[in-house]
Design a protein around this ligand. Structure first.
Ligand code: DLL
Length: 433
């Protein structure tokens, strides 16, 4: 059995607890002293760093949400002087919703180590060729897996996403053995290989590390079959670092959370009460040793269950199920986080009424994204070319806001059904959970 950091990955639970207790005391003091935004939240709640003597006291601390991140954008949650930071990464989305995370060198090392644990859990060694086709740039996927793969000593192919012909050429010519990308892109690569006449046994791939979006067990089986590999899940979010907060092992039954760096809680999303381990609720993370962007009690909005059942891989860290849904309206379309409010902002800016319907589906393992937009009588024209021109303009405006372009359908005034209660703006036909 292989581990990247065997001692910590297989440490007894009480040893992990001891490390967490030690780290949290220091971390809360660090945040209180360095992040005025959070110090105010603590002061308002009447909590001082002295009240935190271990992780059991974490529940006394205030939560952070995406709204806080927006309010504090860009520097309000920075934990150290900017001159100590060497990198930013960010989520896709508007300025309003965009999360900008800062990293010191120590943060990057920790993050890459977490990803290295995932690579080794998927069977990676320095004999492997690891093809990383998550997006590089602001998105954390490319940078995180690239760093993890290099730490393990794999020959790393920094492909970034897209250009499937080139992906396939490099995969075949350079004998890639591990593939890292979103599950939908993995499925697409599988199909593209078949279309070019390759059989699963023609490639040298043995494993895939797939995450950043929800995927099902059925999808796992179909990817495993089409590529002839074992497919491992990986989870993470920009706010905590990126991929590698949790990763799957050979048991393929949930993801081990890197508990020496991230303390996980499950809360009731309605009341904020902490729920006992084993119950389903919203996942909340406290980073135990980050310097640049040290978030405490960050509400991920991902719904899942934690389990401490003994794992056959020998790792002792708690496991999370795949996210079973979200407690907000964020959608993940082709790996990009999309909020209906962003779409509404674009429509209003472009002079359209806020009557629209978003339809998301998954056809041949890739997401389709359509927006039906109602025109005002002034905007509506029976000249097809004019309507097509307007659809194109709106598509570009959406693309610049969201990072991906939906198919826009302009429809005549008063054709989108009005609702009497809460408007149902999103029809998500994908069966992801
Ligand atoms: O998606 C980080 C990442 C990159 C994870 C590459 C794994 C691989 P964000 O763009 O900030 O970061 O999006 C974070 O994506 O809150 C979840 O809702 C969702 N998500 C991430 N991994 C998974 C997964 C990256 N394995 C948001 N399964 C999170 C389901 C996932 N959802």
């Amino acid at each position: 059995m292989n581990y990247y950091q065997p001692e910590i990955e297989t440490a007894p639970n009480d040893e992990i607890r001891r490390i967490q207790n030690e780290k949290i005391v220091k971390q809360v003091r660090y945040v209180y002293d360095n992040v005025p935004y959070y110090r105010d939240l603590m002061d308002k709640k009447g909590v001082t760093p002295d009240d935190i003597k271990g992780v059991d006291d974490i529940k006394k601390l205030p939560f952070l949400t995406k709204d806080d991140l927006r309010e504090a954008y860009p520097y309000g949650l920075l934990g150290t002087d900017l001159k100590n930071c060497i990198r930013i990464q960010s989520t896709s989305g508007t300025t309003g919703k965009r999360v900008v995370a800062f990293y010191t060198q120590k943060d990057i090392d920790m993050w890459e180590e977490c990803c290295a644990r995932a690579v080794v859990a998927a069977g990676g060694t320095n004999e492997d060729v690891c093809q990383v086709c998550y997006g590089y740039g602001l998105f954390t996927g490319g940078a995180g897996l690239n760093g993890g793969s290099q730490k393990v000593g794999c020959l790393t192919l920094p492909m970034s996403s897209g250009n499937t012909d080139r992906q396939i050429q490099f995969m075949m010519d350079l004998n890639a053995t591990i593939l890292c990308c979103t599950p939908s892109y993995a499925a697409y690569i599988g199909e593209s290989l078949a279309e070019r006449g390759y059989k699963p046994e023609d490639n040298k791939l043995k494993a895939g590390i797939f995450g950043a979006e929800p995927w099902t067990e059925e999808m796992r089986q179909s990817i495993e079959k089409s590529l002839g590999i074992k497919a491992y899940d990986i989870y993470g979010l920009t706010e905590t670092s990126g991929p590698g907060v949790a990763f799957e092992c050979s048991e393929q039954s949930g993801m081990h959370i890197n508990e020496d760096h991230f303390y996980a809680e499950i809360i009731d999303p309605e009341t904020g009460e902490t729920l006992p381990e084993g119950e389903k609720g919203e996942l909340v993370f406290t980073s135990l040793d980050k310097e640049g962007f040290p978030l405490l009690r960050y509400r991920t909005k991902d719904i899942c269950i934690l389990s401490r059942k003994k794992c056959s891989c020998g790792r002792t860290h708690v496991k999370m199920t795949k996210p079973l849904g979200r407690s907000d309206d964020m959608m993940i379309i082709r790996g990009v986080n999309v909020f209906p409010s962003q779409i509404e902002t674009v429509l209003l800016k472009e002079g359209y009424p806020p009557n629209y319907e978003i339809v998301v589906d998954r056809v041949n393992n890739s997401d389709t994204f359509d927006i039906y937009v109602e025109c005002t009588p002034e905007l509506f024209s029976d000249k097809i070319s004019e309507m097509q021109e307007n659809e194109k303009k709106l598509n570009l405006a959406m693309r610049s806001m969201l990072g991906i372009g939906p198919k826009i359908h302009l429809v005549p005034p008063k054709t989108i059904a009005r609702s009497e209660g809460k408007a149902v703006r999103v029809i998500d036909k994908r069966k992801l959970h």
